[in-house]
Design a protein. Structure first.
Length: 260
């Protein structure tokens, strides 16, 4: 396991796409905040509040809720590209004959996707802080503890999405197919369909059921100020469920697939 993790980390560190993705993401995030400041009157963040009136945690959630979710798009593209670059580089030949090593390779990729998700969050937090400083005067900071809690929950949710995309990349058997499926998932077409179906069949109760779909939970703002932290439990459970489900599915699929 450790040897495979070291080899995967070396490949991760030398991936030329990584710094480019992070730089482009940071630039687009900053540009998006600039455009918000230029057209602040056209944006609404609920209750008539503009983006410049939001705290750091509210602003972060506001950015995540804007369709399409750029962070999910970047996670999807990187995950599929990173997974398939293993084949093009012939890296999988190092463990093709060892079924237990195949499972270890999925676990190693899941850990490295956690690292990529963390780097993406660092870029997002830095871009948000710089953008609010440059383009929104006197923007409130809010409670730092609440902001840290939001980041932790969203990190887990986005990591779960990355692991789901890892399974998609393995099962799609095609780079193009994996990217297309990732695009559809990141745009939340599945979530919108589930929400519409649940609302049609169950009415108001359908919204609660639809929120258990991972991407719906990511883009829906968290009410962390609720008494007892009621809104903390559901996103944490959703993240863990998707991590376990698709992490296990990816390991089983890689163990049984024919890599020749």
């Amino acid at each position: 396991m450790l040897n495979i993790l070291r080899m995967d980390f070396r490949r991760f560190r030398k991936n030329n796409m990584l710094p480019l993705l992070l730089a482009v993401f940071f630039a687009f995030q900053l540009f998006g905040i600039f455009m918000m400041s230029r057209y602040a009157d056209s944006y609404s963040a609920g209750a008539g509040l503009g983006p410049g009136s939001l705290s750091a945690s509210e602003f972060f959630q506001y950015m995540l809720a804007q369709p399409p979710s750029w962070m999910l798009l970047y996670v999807a593209v990187f995950t599929v590209h990173y997974t398939w670059s293993e084949r093009s580089a012939g890296f999988y030949k190092n463990y093709i004959s060892m079924r237990h090593a195949r499972v270890s390779s999925v676990l190693a990729k899941a850990l490295l996707l956690a690292l990529f998700t963390l780097l993406l969050f660092v870029a997002a937090v830095a871009a948000n802080a710089l953008g609010r400083l440059l383009f929104f005067e006197n923007a409130p900071t809010g409670e730092l503890g609440q902001y840290a809690l939001l980041l932790l929950l969203q990190f887990l949710l986005h990591w779960a999405f990355a692991v789901m995309m890892l399974f998609v990349a393995l099962a799609a058997r095609s780079l193009i197919a994996g990217l297309i499926i990732g695009l559809l998932l990141a745009l939340n077409l599945v979530g919108y369909s589930l929400s519409a179906l649940a609302a049609l069949l169950l009415g108001e109760e359908g919204a609660g059921i639809a929120s258990w779909w991972l991407v719906n939970r990511i883009v829906h703002p968290l009410e962390l100020g609720q008494a007892g932290g009621a809104d903390m439990l559901e996103p944490a459970i959703v993240a863990l469920l998707f991590l376990l489900l698709f992490g296990t599915a990816g390991a089983v699929f890689r163990q049984r697939e024919d890599l020749h």
